[in-house]
Design a protein around this ligand. Structure first.
Ligand code: 13P
Length: 297
């Protein structure tokens, strides 16, 4: 199989889950099957995209003792990093204690908000380079609460993405529509407007994840239906394809966020193209481990 042919087959198979891929190749002896899967991956596709599970703790929990208890519950959860990346975004004040408590569990820590500026006279800001220096590996950018409550503009998200990338941080980039925008049929338009200025700036697609978070589903208990999440994420992926090409669209991981929990993960995760979750409230409970476990199957 030539490179061109394998790349074509690979991109065709890129939406398959591991199980589906194994089923396609079931008549091939096991050893050769593994080699074919590896070749497909090397060609830029094949196999499932590694899931990403984010825990956005927002301004919670209240005490450092609670942080410690949650960390203790999470570190005991075994998971396979080749199947799911797990990252917790605590507040800036809990960052280092949490990082130490997570130890070598494989669970990473990220910052909920980084500065659009660098080092210098910027009171109250956390520069990306300082976070990276402490061993923080992710930054969350563009969360709707930052956009709506703290006036974060699209230009700000662009500046933050540049800073995060320069510091070597992985980025979870959030987008999503309000209820009014959804009801007005503007969902795709809003997501495109929030994503368009940043897509062309991404320097490493393995370190850039899109978190689709419909604002009306955040903290409301009103989770998007699997059909709504699948459809909107497919439209986001089609937009990435239009702007950055098919290979990038096959590769980029897109999460769903908004009232997701261990109770509803199954219906959502079984849908095509949903590569993980960004979780708020449910990540502040020890049962969050159920989501890690689900994605590591
Ligand atoms: P909830 O899971 O509490 O709805 O929050 C989602 C969210 O905003 C994650 O960033």
């Amino acid at each position: 199989m030539g490179t061109g042919a394998s790349a074509g087959v690979a991109s065709g198979l890129s939406a398959c889950s591991d199980a589906e891929l194994q089923a396609c190749l079931k008549d091939i002896p096991r050893e050769q099957r593994d080699k074919v899967v590896e070749a497909l991956k090397a060609a830029g596709g094949g196999g499932k995209r590694t899931a990403v599970l984010g825990a956005n703790w927002k301004s919670n929990p209240k005490t450092s003792a609670e942080v410690k208890d949650l960390a203790a519950a999470f570190v005991n959860q075994k998971f396979d990093r080749s199947k799911v990346e797990v990252v917790i975004f605590p507040t800036g004040v809990h960052l280092m204690a949490l990082k130490q408590q997570l130890g070598d569990s494989g669970i990473e820590v990220g910052v909920q908000n980084i500065s659009k500026t660098g080092m210098g006279a910027f009171t109250g800001e956390i520069p990306a380079a300082m976070a990276a220096d402490l061993g923080v590996t992710w930054a969350l950018i563009g969360h709707s609460e930052r956009r709506a409550l703290y006036g974060e503009t699209i230009d700000d998200t662009v500046a933050k993405l540049k800073n995060a990338q320069e510091a070597g941080l992985k980025v979870m980039f959030a987008c999503g529509e309000s209820l009014e925008e959804r009801e007005g049929g503007k969902t795709d338009e809003v997501n495109k407007a929030q994503l368009e200025p940043v897509l062309g700036l991404v320097s490493d697609w393995s370190k850039f994840v899109i978190a689709y978070e419909p604002v009306w589903a955040i903290g409301t208990g009103k989770v998007a239906t699997p059909e709504q999440a699948e459809e909107t994420i497919a439209n986001i992926r089609a937009f990435v394809k239009e702007k950055c090409g098919g290979d990038v669209a096959d590769k980029v991981r897109i999460q769903y966020g908004g009232s997701s929990s261990p109770d509803n993960i199954e219906g959502l995760a079984s849908r095509n193209g949903i590569d993980g979750f960004l979780v708020g409230g449910a990540s502040l409970k020890p049962t969050f481990t159920g989501m890690i476990e689900y994605l590591t199957r």
